[in-house]
Structures are given as C-alpha cells and as structure tokens.
Design a binder for this molecule. Sequence first.
Ligand code: CTP
Length: 435
Amino acid sequence: MTLPPPHPLRPLRLSSMPPGILPLLAAAHRKARERGWRCFLVGGSVRDLLLGLEQKDVDVSVVGDGVALAELTARETGATPATTGRFGTATLLSAEAGVCLDFVTARKETYPFPGALPVVEAGTLADDLARRDFTINALAVPIDAGGFGSLVDPHGGLADLEARLVRVLHSRSFRDDPTRIFRAVKLSERLGFTVEHGTLDLIRQAVREGALATISTERAVRELLLIMEEPNAGAMLRRLDGLGALAAVDPELAWKRRPEDVRPLELEQPDLSPQQRRNTCLAAIAADYAGDPQGAEALARRLHLQANAVRLMRDAAQLAQILPRLGEGEMQPSEIYRLLHGLDIEAIAAYGRLATAEQSPLAHQRLTLYLTTLRHVKPQLKGDYLHSLGIEPGPVYGRAMSALRDALLDGVVQSSEDERRFLHAWLPAGGLPAD
Ligand code: CTP
C-alpha cells in the first residue's frame, strides 16, 4: 500500500470535483436558493478535496430539508434517487460521475445514553458540524453559484489536516459512539495521519471501560467489514487488535498475522476489489482455526456474518490445514482436485492470495490451477453412455465418472474416443461394476 505523500492542502475549487457532479451541485444550489435554504459540502468530501484525494461519496448538508432538496435535484437533473435514510438523509446516484451524492438535513444529535443511536432534530450548520466525529471531518464550504464560498472551520479542522492529526471534538465522543474507535484507526491508517495523543488516550479509556459492549455486534461488525475493504486493512486490523478493540467485539476475534505476513498482503491488495479484500481478511482471520472449521464457523455466526461469509470462514479454516500438503512434493492434478473439490470458491481464491503472502508459491500455483482450470474439467461422456452399455444405474455410475474425470485431469485421456476406451477398460468384461 502506498500512502498518499504528505502534500500541501489544495485550494477548494469546484473544478477539482468529479465532472459529473458539477451539474448536480449547481442544481442543488439553485433549488435550495428558491426555497431559502443553504447547502454546504461537508465531512469527508471537504477533507478529501483539501487533501487532493479522489471523491468517493460527496456529502451535502442542507440547512433546510435534505430529502426534499435531493428529490428536487433529481427531478431537475435526471439523476437517480438511490435511497432515503433514517432522518433527513437521501442519496442520489450520478452514473456519469460514478459517485453518490449524500444529502443530509443539518442536524443536532444527542445521545440519551452511551452507545445509543442518537436522538436527532433539525439544526444549524454549527450543530451539524459539532455532532461529527473528528475535527478533519467537521469542515464545511457553502455551495454557491459557480463555486465554493469560504471554509467554515469552527473546530480547528484545517490546522489538524495540516498537522495530519485525527482528533475528536470532545472527550465523550467514543462513549457516545464507540464505532468512532474503528473510524479513527481507519482514517489515520488510510491517510497516513497520527491519532492525536489525547484522542488515543480516550480510545484506550473507552475500550478499557467497555464502551464497545454498549453497541450491538452488528454495528461493530459493519465498521469492521468496511475496514476489511480498505487497501491497507491489515495494518488497521493489527492496530485495532493491539488496542483490544477486536477482542471487545468477540473474545476470539484477533488479527494474529505478523507484520511480515501482512506486508505482502497489503502490497497485493490495491489490485483487488473491495469484496476480494474483505474475503482475504476473513480468510486470514479464519486461518487461525486451521483444522477447526467449526470454530471458525461459530465465530462467523457470533459476528452475524452473512451465510456466504460464514461458509468462506469455515472453508478457509479447512484450507489452512490443507495448505502445507499443497505446498510440497509431487502431486497429480487429480489429487489437487480431490483436496479442494467442494470447498467454497471464494475461500480458495482468498487463500490463493494468502498463500502467496506466506511465501508458498507452489500452493499458490496449485490453488490457481484449481480455480482457473481443474474445477472446470468434465468428461464429455455422461451416465447415459453407461446406460447404453446396459449397466444398471447405481453407485457405479458415480465411481466410473470420477475415475474418468481423474484420468482427464491427469492427461491420461483426452478425446471422447479416449474416454470411451478408458471406460471400457475400467469396467470389467461384461460391464460389471468395478470396485
Ligand atoms: N460521521 C460521524 N460519526 C460517525 C459516522 C460519520 O461524525 N460515526 C460523520 C463524519 O463527519 C463523516 C460523515 O459523517 O465525515 C460522513 O460519514 P462517512 O461517509 O461514513 O465518512 P467519510 O468521512 O465520508 O469517510 P469515507 O471516506 O470512508 O466515506
């Protein structure tokens, strides 16, 4: 993973936004003005714009009605309204720009008790910035006709961006919303920033005092899965493990990879899709359950992962046990097939990436061979050919077909004529089933 090099902050210019977004922002501004509302670019968008980073989602805060403004903007521009969220939030999808525009009604949030979902009411821009997680996410710029107005920075976000620090706005932040523990580590690792030392103390204190037990496992795991999609997820998980934040989600959840295991994993990851990165992380966690697929499955279930991720972790634990065998000595393709057949394809693919990371080129090669070639090998002759020979249907059909597939995999037979010859030789004279 190559972190963005430290660079001076960029001027806030509309021209730095993805081009397809500009008509949407212009329409939002026009519609807001007609109704006497104001709209601002906020949060991660301002942060990333100042850092000169690519915009994934564009956050717009509306002092007025965010959902209504999203609808009006969609009608005016033909953009697709994607979703409407809990309170005053709506998302527009710009296919052209390949980004989402998130509208939120400027709001004030109060937490009735630690870890609770906040009670939300409409508020001012100042309220909307004060409810946020970190100073570098509490910046706003007004969207004006043809450009941006001046930066609104009530919490010293610009200075922290310059100093490359992740800092909370107040000391209750992690108690109010413990998911910010994950977000602080994610953001600092992603940007190459430091978690400001007072903020780090607050994280340690929140973990020690059991803040993560005040939120549901689902909420914590949602953040963890987002982290697993990041290019340098390994470093993030290692840090969270060191802070005790993984064990606070589940006592068995750990990131035991050593830095030298993680490094190649990170180096490989930029080419992967977010989902492939997540699968690789889940497989890496499950690798600690080598030979105990039930243990990995139980952990995945306690984390409320979806069925495909549960399967992936279970089979990754099985693969962790098979890996040493795959990584040494001579092996016929049919043997590779038998070892891997029936295991989850995503787990095998994730393990192919881990096997390289663990310097097992042979295992990597064999896993890749299985994924790209061996699993697709099928005889041309089917059971009806055996039927035509007058063989009674029964278990012998399965055995004959597996023997034929093994012969194909190992290159013993190639053409359909070879297949026929092989079957005749395999079946004893008179077509009796062979054992
Ligand atoms: N936010 C917050 N507390 C949270 C989640 C979000 O204060 N627990 C605020 C932050 O101001 C954040 C904004 O909501 O910038 C948008 O949230 P999100 O899209 O999750 O974060 P981004 O900062 O945009 O980060 P990313 O680049 O990962 O999308």
